[in-house]
Design a binder for this molecule. Structure first.
Ligand SMILES: C[S@@+](CC[C@H](N)C(=O)[O-])C[C@H]1O[C@@H](n2cnc3c(N)ncnc32)[C@H](O)[C@@H]1O
Length: 238
C-alpha cells in the first residue's frame, strides 16, 4: 500500500489550487500583460493550470513544483495542450534563476516556499528584468482582529513598494471563491477515504481534513482575505 501525500489527496481534482477562480486568474494574466515571447517563471506551480494559461498567451513558462504528484499532473496537462511549459521538480529555493532573466515572475499562494512574503518578493524581483511584472498571491487580514502574524492588505502593498514594485492590479478572493476551494478539498478527502477503506493513512487523512475544515470555519472564513497583487518592478516610474 503506497503512502499518500495529504495535499495530493485533497487537491487531486483542483485546477485552481488557491482561493480564487479561473476567471480571476485570467484577469491576473491580463493585468500582467503576458505577451508572446515573454519568459515567465512561476513558483509553486501545482497541477499546472496557470502555467498552461500563460503559455496559451504565447509565453515560454517555467514552473517550480516540489510535489511530484502535482508536477506529474502539470507535465501531462502541458503535453496534452501542446504548451511551452517546463516543470522543474524540487524545492523552489534551490532553483537559481538567472538575475533579471524573466519578463514575468509569479507566485500564487506559495510564498512559504521562499520563506514567506517578504523574502519571496526579494527573490522574485531579483529574477525579473527591470520593468518586468510580478504577481503574488497571499493571505491577509480582512475583518479579523489585528494579528502580528498576518499582515493587512495595505501592508502587503507597502512591502511590495519597498522592493521597488509599483502595484498596478489587485484581484481578491470572495468568500464564495474560498468556500469552493475548501469544498473541493473536503469532497476529495471523503471520496478518497470511501474508495480506500483499508488504506493505512485513511484515519490520518480524514482527521487532517476535519481539523483543516474546523480551522477554516473558525479562524479563516470571513476573517482573513486572500489577494493577488500585480506590479511592475523598477522601470521608468521608479
Ligand atoms: C496553494 S498551492 C498553489 C498552486 C498554484 N500556484 C495555484 O495557485 O493553483 C501551493 C503550491 O506550492 C507547492 N510548494 C510547496 N512548497 C514548495 C517548495 N518548497 N518549492 C516548490 N513548490 C512548493 C505545493 O506543492 C503547491 O503545489
Amino acid at each position: 500500500m503506497a503512502d499518500v501525500n495529504y495535499y495530493s489527496v485533497v487537491e487531486s481534482t483542483h485546477d485552481v489550487q488557491n482561493p480564487t477562480s479561473e476567471e480571476k486568474l485570467r484577469l491576473v494574466a491580463d493585468y500582467l500583460e503576458v505577451s508572446p515571447g515573454d519568459r515567465v517563471l512561476d513558483v509553486g506551480s501545482g497541477r499546472g493550470w496557470w502555467n498552461v494559461e500563460l503559455a496559451a498567451r504565447g509565453a515560454d513558462v517555467t514552473g517550480l513544483e516540489i510535489n511530484e504528484d502535482f508536477a506529474a499532473a502539470a507535465v501531462q496537462r502541458a503535453e496534452q495542450a501542446g504548451a511551452a511549459v517546463r516543470t522543474v521538480v524540487g524545492p523552489a529555493a534551490e532553483f537559481e534563476p538567472e538575475a533579471g532573466a524573466y519578463d514575468v515572475v509569479t507566485c500564487i499562494g506559495a510564498s512559504f516556499a521562499l520563506d514567506g512574503y517578504r523574502p519571496a518578493l526579494g527573490w522574485m524581483c531579483g529574477a525579473v528584468r527591470d520593468g518586468g511584472r510580478i504577481a503574488i498571491g497571499e493571505v491577509h487580514l480582512d475583518d479579523g482582529e489585528p494579528d502580528e502574524e498576518v499582515p493587512s492588505l495595505v501592508e502587503l502593498v507597502h512591502i511590495a513598494e519597498e522592493h521597488g514594485v509599483d502595484v498596478t492590479g489587485l484581484v481578491s478572493a470572495s468568500v464564495d471563491d474560498w468556500d469552493r476551494y475548501e469544498s473541493g478539498r473536503w469532497a476529495n478527502a471523503h471520496r478518497w477515504a470511501r474508495d480506500n477503506p483499508d488504506h493505512a493513512q485513511r484515519q490520518e487523512i480524514l482527521a487532517q481534513a476535519r481539523a483543516n475544515q474546523s480551522a477554516y470555519l473558525t479562524r479563516t472564513r470571513g476573517l482573513l482575505g486572500w489577494s493577488i497583487l500585480v506590479g511592475v518592478v523598477g522601470g521608468p516610474n521608479r
